[in-house]
Design a protein around this ligand. Structure first.
Ligand code: A2P
Length: 290
């Protein structure tokens, strides 16, 4: 396995097994530079979203990297997402056009519904999700995105889409040690939906967990590398974010070791530790984190 190893999506599209996350990198220069650095270090998969307010700088970095390196657009994988305020058929179609204008690429590899409509704030949440998804299927059929999926959908949100003509190829959810969302992961993996992990490092909080620190010492790896490897060994695609070159690099060096079954189980058994407290079915953040 390496940075160019691909997972297969349920529509036959390939997706590189480790992605570079860009949430919270709003500063134009920082967004541009960190994505360019990631690409130069060998990442070929970049994840952004309209909500991150950096699609333009991500797109610029991708285009400049293609020009400078001579690689092809098809060698890279770019994801963006439609934000929850744009739920519904018409708004989703409009939001997609705005994303394409911002990012400045001919096509996206993956386009995701960022958050489900939920009973917490929408009495008609199932139908809202279906009409958002109808727009997503139309966008997919136009050929301007190679795959479509969702993010932050739990089993009951996914269920409302499972009789659609096209089922989601991906569900990108928060996963970090102690916060495995095992029911959703099982549902996705049983139904051929690839799981991606946002905030795999718990925004950095997970890195201090004593069990993970101990495992890092045992394997001679960083705590971040232990966590990202744990994701991969669960067939989960992690999307770590960093603005520091040394961390961007080391977060990609996870292909030269393997966690034992016993150590995988040790991480699986951790109590919640670094998770954000965000839930699609709650109006507010549970723990006041971010
Ligand atoms: P920074 O961007 O300053 O490097 P997540 O991917 O779970 O959202 O976590 C991202 C957070 O973890 C960021 O605050 C990032 O900080 C930090 N981070 C990312 N990689 C590492 C690493 N290898 N070691 C320590 N902190 C890291």
């Amino acid at each position: 396995m390496s940075l160019s190893t691909q997972f297969k999506l349920n529509n036959g599209t390939s997706i590189p097994c480790l992605g570079f996350g860009t949430y919270k990198i709003k500063d134009p220069n920082e967004a541009y530079q960190s994505v360019k650095t990631a690409l130069e270090l060998g990442y070929i998969h970049i994840d952004t979203a309209a909500f991150y307010e950096n699609e333009k700088y991500v797109g610029n970095a991708v285009k400049d990297y293609i020009q400078a390196s001579g690689c092809k657009r098809e060698d890279l994988f770019v994801t963006s997402k439609v934000w929850k305020t744009e739920a519904g058929y018409d708004k989703t179609l409009r939001a997609f056009e705005k994303t394409m204008d911002e990012i400045g690429l001919d096509y996206l590899d993956l386009y995701l519904v960022h958050w489900p409509s939920s009973y917490a704030f929408d009495d008609d949440w199932e139908n809202t999700n279906r009409s958002t998804w109808k727009a997503m299927m139309e966008i997919y059929k136009s050929g301007r995105v190679k795959a479509i999926g969702v993010s932050n959908f739990l089993t009951h949100h996914l269920n409302a889409l499972m009789d659609s003509e096209i089922i989601p190829a991906v569900d990108q959810i928060e996963i970090n040690p102690g916060f495995m969302q095992a029911d959703t992961v099982k549902f996705c993996q049983d139904n051929g939906i690839l799981v991606e992990a946002w905030s795999p490092l718990g925004r950095g909080r997970s890195l201090e967990h004593p069990v993970l620190v101990e495992l890092a010492g045992k394997y001679g790896k960083s705590t971040a590398q232990i966590i990202l490897r744990w994701d991969l060994q669960h067939d989960i695609l992690p999307l770590p974010k960093s603005v520091h070159e040394d961390r961007i690099k080391s977060n990609s060096e996870i292909f030269d070791f393997e966690l034992s079954n016993e150590d995988m189980a040790k991480i699986d058994a951790l109590e919640p530790y670094g998770n954000s407290g965000h839930s699609p079915d709650e109006k507010t953040i549970q723990k006041g984190r971010n």
